[in-house]
Ligand binder design. Structure first.
Ligand code: PLP
Length: 285
């Protein structure tokens, strides 16, 4: 079924949407993106996504493609045109079209802005119900993981490695410490019910869901520690889980073949997911 997608000012049928072979997003992965969840036809945490988008653009010295109002308008029109009740909107901004050259082109060249919808279950997801099996993989990504760039080949390779080993996803590690998942932030719950997740730095993406989850955890009077944790600590944890816009929270039931807790989705992860979704629905715009 054909979707209506957005390309540089136009809403088009997906078959009609085209990008130049000289687009720097295509040639250099010179671009950034955001994925915003849609629940009940509304955008979850939209403001935070626009703030992170601006930060990413600023970090790679690219000017904003359009105003926040225009961005909101594009998202809302896509929701309407595609009758999107539940799923997400993918938005990508690249440095635009220029002859292939490592130097950035003149910043008067317009950036490329595309966006499209994806219908998918957010509330009901088989993986969330079953719980994810994780393998750990050495994190070989570049050093600015705080910028949400479109260069996703390494996470994609790590995910494929997980699939080839019968797992669902990979946690990326350096010196035995867990950074994050291929496309999600990683957490453990200690035997004393403390939520542990890596602190913010250039090492991980500053997840929008992560902020909301930590707020929910504190509202449930759970202690939160933002610090590195090892693979071994994770394997001996009471629970483990990941967070992202489209997964919300997904329990982790196995790490490198070691069962976590009783091998079933953890109680705290499930409770946090319920509270998170309740709050996300209430504040969606
Ligand atoms: N970490 C990485 C590497 C990601 O790619 C993502 C999402 O795509 C996340 C964390 C979670 O971020 P968010 O909660 O903003 O979706």
């Amino acid at each position: 079924m054909s979707r209506v997608v957005y390309v540089n000012g136009k809403f088009l049928a997906e078959e009609e949407a085209k990008i130049s072979v000289f687009d720097r997003g295509f040639l250099f992965a010179d671009g950034v993106y955001e994925v915003t969840t849609v629940l009940d036809g509304k955008l979850v945490d939209f403001k935070s996504h626009t703030i992170r988008l601006k930060r990413s653009l600023n970090e790679i010295t690219m000017k904003a493609a359009c105003s926040d109002e225009e961005l909101l308008n594009i998202h809302q029109k896509l929701i309407k045109a595609n009758d999107l009740e539940e799923g997400c909107i993918y938005l990508q901004v690249t440095r635009g079209v220029a002859d292939r050259n490592f130097e950035y082109p003149d910043d008067k060249i317009p950036s490329t802005l595309i966006a499209f919808t994806k219908k998918q279950g957010i509330i009901n997801q088989p993986l969330v119900e079953r719980g994810a099996k994780i393998i750990t993989v050495e994190d070989l990504r570049w050093g600015r993981r705080d910028i949400k760039t479109v260069q996703l080949l390494f996470p994609s390779m790590a995910k494929m490695e997980a699939k080839s080993k019968g797992a669902d996803d990979a946690w990326l590690v350096n010196a035995g410490k867990v950074n994050e998942g291929t496309s999600n932030n990683a957490y453990i719950v200690t035997q004393d019910n403390v939520i542990v997740t890596r602190h913010l730095s250039n090492t991980i993406l500053h997840g929008i869901t992560r902020v909301a989850i930590l707020k929910c955890a504190r509202s449930l009077n759970l202690t939160v520690e933002e610090r590195p944790f090892s693979i071994e600590e994770a394997q001996n944890a009471k629970e483990a889980f990941v967070s992202s816009s489209t997964l919300c929270i997904c329990p982790v039931i196995e790490i490198d073949g070691q069962m976590i807790g009783d091998g079933k989705p953890g109680v705290i992860a499930q409770r946090l997911r319920e509270v998170y979704i309740e709050e996300a629905k209430k504040s969606a715009t």
